[in-house]
Design a protein around this ligand. Structure first.
Ligand code: ADP
Ligand code: MG
Length: 679
């Protein structure tokens, strides 16, 4: 039962099922002290006037407890049989419960009672823990309090040697932390609030520290022991594209990241790098140059995108660039025709084809490379860990891996969720971009918005209009989209205006056709659900209208906005909402209209929603701390991170006597994820 309901399998799990609050039963109140402001009270006295009154549903037991200062009424509506059997008038009891006032008199409904034996010390010498439980467990008699009893029993059986310290003693001293055994005791049964705080402080630190140790260990082990393909030189293809065919000058940030990648891939160790760059920061060209680096060194490269449309678009952009220098690129997706697919697979296994772009299709077992040197994963959060592991197995020496994401992740979160990866960031937009102007408009001003759109289109620009899709399958959402489409059509009639529509339920070829028409400026308006959210690049589009913007999350809004502002024209993002907005929605809109900075937005998103909900973080145990919060405990996090790095620097293999226990612990408790397997 405990297993299924609360995930408690072992004694250790029970110890880590921390109470969510404590109640103070160390003090015994005098009845005369009770006021309407009293919340929970504990009183001791003799039970008097014990009687069952009322009929049927109104039946209840009423009694009074008397101490030397007065009386308080006790009432029961349920379990009358039990109460009658267990309690006896004239006996002394310790009573605890919430005080309510009824007819101006204090009473406690369903109090907790404990028989007092003569000379018993009143009140407990610890704060009483309250635990979360489930309805099912309660029904079996394992309520929050009973769990406490189990834990208490366990703790009385444990000695200090049973819960060995895992943190180095010097660290405990330095940070003034209580030892592990005491921390566990005190987080459950503290004698004072201060003691509880000490325990929480210690265990929080431990959680964050252990997580940082794990991540850093994986990374340092990879740096030291992994085997990797060596890209030793910058060759002909790279130079040819770089010197003669780049349509623009690289930004400083792009150059820096390429340097980081070059250095990393020349070492003979496997690169495993996360590249973050806000939407439109120019990650694609970094991917292209990185792939050429592989080709120059005799290896194949593969670029994987999360959707067919994106893969298609990457293919078009990249093959356009690489044609000029004589490098062939092919596309492999679920809809690649059989004959074409066969040829591509053959060329890949023979090593003739050097660069492959595709969707999930590229990780199917039938896809065999001759000598895959690097895999680049665009918008990684759509790829699971298992899928990445499959790529890994495609070569004897694992290929380098570059994961690119446009979803900015706050630094603390990135360090926690991706601390095992190396990290690059493009923190600079290409020059000449004008900041996108974001405004909030109510539905009621729709006609003004449409006038604005018309003026932009008449200047030669293109426009996105996005409708929310809350559930992939929701009929209502599609009806909304269709209604919206008809509506837009009424404002912008053919043949003067043409509209593309794209949504998830369309067959792929139709989706692509519509997309292509918009990309080629055949249509001026793209009506769509969020399928175009990631990566699509139409620099001529200058207006993004988001319908029912209150229904979108912050990072999604930011992603959508990133579809415009990609050319040299001034761009706009219009957030349309209904007139009634909740507080959170209002806050999101406020943030969107006040900043264009993806990292700032990610920080706010983290604050508003908590780490579990942030796109781009792993759906894994990496962020599930029991006590620590990445948002609130940043200061602790910083200390934990620095101490972990310091420790690994001084003792990378954890061989010193002081660190042995920690090593054992890290080894023994692997956590929910097979860390060693992650790409
Ligand atoms: P993202 O990082 O969102 O994937 P892209 O790689 O799609 O961004 O680049 C966005 C746009 O910026 C593209 O049109 C691209 O050609 C252009 N671009 C990229 N780098 C530069 C640069 N250094 N100077 C000017 N334009 C650039
Ligand atoms: Mg991109």
């Amino acid at each position: 039962m405990l297993k299924k309901e609360l995930n408690i399998f072992t004694f250790a799990d029970l110890l880590e099922h921390y109470p969510y609050r404590h109640i103070d039963r160390t003090k015994v109140n005098l009845i005369s002290e009770i006021t309407p402001q009293s919340e929970f009270v504990q009183v001791a006295g003799v039970l008097v006037n014990f009687e069952v009154i009322g009929q049927k549903a109104g039946r209840r037991i009423v009694a009074e407890l008397k101490d030397k200062t007065g009386f308080i009424e006790l009432t029961w509506f349920q379990g009358l049989g039990w109460v009658q059997k267990l309690l006896e008038a004239g006996q002394s009891y310790l009573v605890y419960g919430r005080v309510t006032y009824y007819n101006g008199k204090p009473q406690i409904v369903h109090p907790e009672l404990e028989l007092l034996v003569p000379d018993q010390q009143l009140g407990k010498n610890y704060l009483e823990p309250i635990y979360s439980t489930t309805e099912k467990l309660k029904a079996r008699g394992l309520g929050g309090r009973q769990i406490g009893k189990l834990t208490q029993l366990l703790l009385t059986m444990l000695r200090e040697k049973d819960i060995e310290e895992i943190l180095p003693v010097s660290l405990l001293k330095q940070l003034n932390l209580v030892n592990r055994f005491n921390a566990f005791k005190q987080i459950h049964f503290p004698q004072t609030i201060a003691e509880h705080e000490q325990a929480v402080k210690r265990l929080k630190f431990e959680e964050l520290f252990v997580a940082q140790m794990r991540m850093n260990l994986i990374r340092s082990q990879r740096h030291r022991f992994s085997k990797g393909v060596i890209f030793e030189k910058v060759g002909e293809y790279f130079n040819e594209l770089y010197k003669n065919h780049l349509p623009f000058q690289l930004t400083g940030a792009q150059k820096r990241v390429i340097k980081e990648i070059r250095a990393d891939t020349a070492k003979g160790k496997q690169m495993n790098r996360l590249l973050q760059g806000d939407v439109g920061s120019g990650k694609t060209i970094v991917a292209v140059l990185t792939m050429l680096l592989a080709v120059d060194n005799g290896y194949q490269a593969c670029l994987m995108a999360p959707t067919e449309i994106l893969a298609q678009q990457h293919y078009q952009t990249i093959s356009g660039q690489l044609d000029k220098i004589g490098v062939t690129v092919k596309l492999l997706t679920g809809s690649t025709k059989t004959a074409e697919r066969k040829r591509t697979l053959q060329e890949l296994s023979e090593g003739v084809l050097k660069i492959l772009i595709g969707t999930h299709a590229v990780i199917e077992d039938v896809v065999q490379f001759k000598n895959l040197g690097i895999v680049i994963i665009d918008e990684q959060h759509r790829f699971g860990v298992a899928q990445r592991a499959r790529l890994w197995q495609k070569a004897e020496v694992p290929p380098h891996i570059l994961v690119m994401t446009a979803t900015p992740i706050p630094r603390t979160l990135a360090m926690t969720a991706y601390g095992d990866l190396d990290y690059s960031v493009i923190d600079e937009l290409p020059p000449g971009r004008q900041p996108i102007t974001t405004v909030h408009r109510y539905e009621s001003h729709r006609s003004k918005v449409m006038d604005f759109i018309r003026a932009e289109i008449d200047k030669g620009r293109q426009v996105y209009i996005i409708f929310p899709l809350i559930e992939e399958s929701s009929k209502l959402d599609y009806e909304n989209l269709m209604k919206g489409y008809e509506n837009v059509k009424a404002w912008f009639p053919e043949p003067r205006y043409w509209i593309s529509m794209v949504h998830g339920k369309q067959p792929t070829d139709q989706k692509e056709l519509n997309m292509r028409r918009f990309v080629e400026h055949d249509t001026q308006i793209m009506v769509s659900t969020t399928v175009i959210e990631v990566g699509v690049n139409v620099p001529n589009a200058s207006v993004m209208v988001i319908e029912s913007a209150e229904k979108f999350g912050l990072s999604q809004l930011h992603q959508l906005r990133g579809r415009v502002g990609r050319g040299s024209e001034k761009s706009y993002c219009i957030l349309l909402t209904g007139s009634k907005l909740g507080n959170d929605a209002r806050e999101r809109i406020r943030i969107m209209t006040s900043t264009n900075n993806g990292f700032e937005i990610a920080e706010k998103d983290l604050e508003l929603r908590g780490p579990g909900e942030i796109d781009g973080t792993r759906q894994s145990g990496a962020l599930n701390f029991r006590l620590a919060s990445i948002v609130q405990d940043r200061a602790v996090f910083e200390v934990a991170k620095n101490k972990a790095l310091e420790l690994l620097e001084n003792d990378p293999d954890l061989v010193s006597a002081e660190n042995l226990q920690l090593k054992k612990f890290l080894h023994y408790r692997k956590g929910p994820v097979q860390w060693s397997k992650i790409s």
